[in-house]
Design a binder for this molecule. Structure first.
Ligand SMILES: Cc1cc2nc3c(=O)[nH]c(=O)nc-3n(C[C@H](O)[C@H](O)[C@H](O)COP(=O)(O)O)c2cc1C
Length: 206
């Protein structure tokens, strides 16, 4: 296989915004403008009580001054691991821009109001699917899942109330790393480390 050369951009400290949330927002906007497929798709890694990691893709549904929000089933594998350890890591890879962002921090549930607000924007089919699917648990067959879907449709025609077992998590970051591919494998890596007041900025070797 050919070795891919990274040539698109450089990442100089002077080009960076001083606040990592603002820098993230700028890069996300550039990924959207570049028409990256599913630019808000991110790999979420969690760890169980014994320290075993697991990863999966979820969609970023909000960013505020506190953190990064996604929605899921609280009884899923990720939900159990988050409740056990509260540690998480997000990773975005935008290949067309030769960029990666790693964000580490702690995870907490968003408020019921925030979860309700998002749930109520979702199409009926998505509400039905989320209410019907016992995410991450074993099911007998595709038909048994379809039966659960039809049961929810029968009981809740037109609108489903948010199940209390479904909602948002917010990752509160204490570490950001912005990675920009560079020529000859000399990639740029700029880290923002959370201090009591503000962020310390460092460059790491690739
Ligand atoms: C592009 C993409 C987007 C996804 N978005 C979500 C999401 O926002 N929330 C979610 O719970 N699962 C989402 N999934 C499914 C998860 O990757 C995963 O299969 C599911 O959440 C169960 O994970 P768990 O068993 O580790 O808890 C998405 C999958 C893909 C490929």
């Amino acid at each position: 296989m050919d070795r891919y050369e990274y040539t698109r951009n450089n990442l100089n400290s002077q080009d960076l915004l001083k606040n990592p949330f603002d820098q993230f927002a700028r890069w996300l906007q550039e990924a959207i403008s570049e028409k990256v497929v599913e630019p808000t798709a991110m790999c979420l890694s969690t760890v169980d009580a014994e320290g075993h990691p697991s990863s999966r893709i979820v969609l970023l549904r909000g960013q505020d001054e506190l953190g990064f929000i996604f929605f899921t089933n609280y009884l899923s594998r990720k939900g159990s691991e988050i409740e056990a350890t509260h540690h998480g890591c997000l990773n975005f890879w935008w290949g067309a821009l030769e960029r990666q962002i790693r964000i580490e921090g702690t995870l907490e549930k968003v408020s019921d109001d925030e979860s309700d607000e998002y749930w109520n924007t979702r199409p009926y089919e998505s509400q039905v699917a989320s209410a019907a699917s016992p995410q991450s648990r074993e099911i007998r067959s595709r038909e048994s899942l379809q039966a659960l879907v039809e049961e929810v449709q029968r009981q809740h025609p037109g609108h489903v109330d948010r199940p209390k077992t479904w909602g948002g998590y917010r990752l509160l970051p204490d570490y950001f790393e912005f990675w920009q591919g560079g020529p000859a494998r000399l990639h740029d890596r700029i880290v923002f480390l959370k201090l009591v007041a503000g962020w310390q900025i460092k460059r790491l070797a690739p």
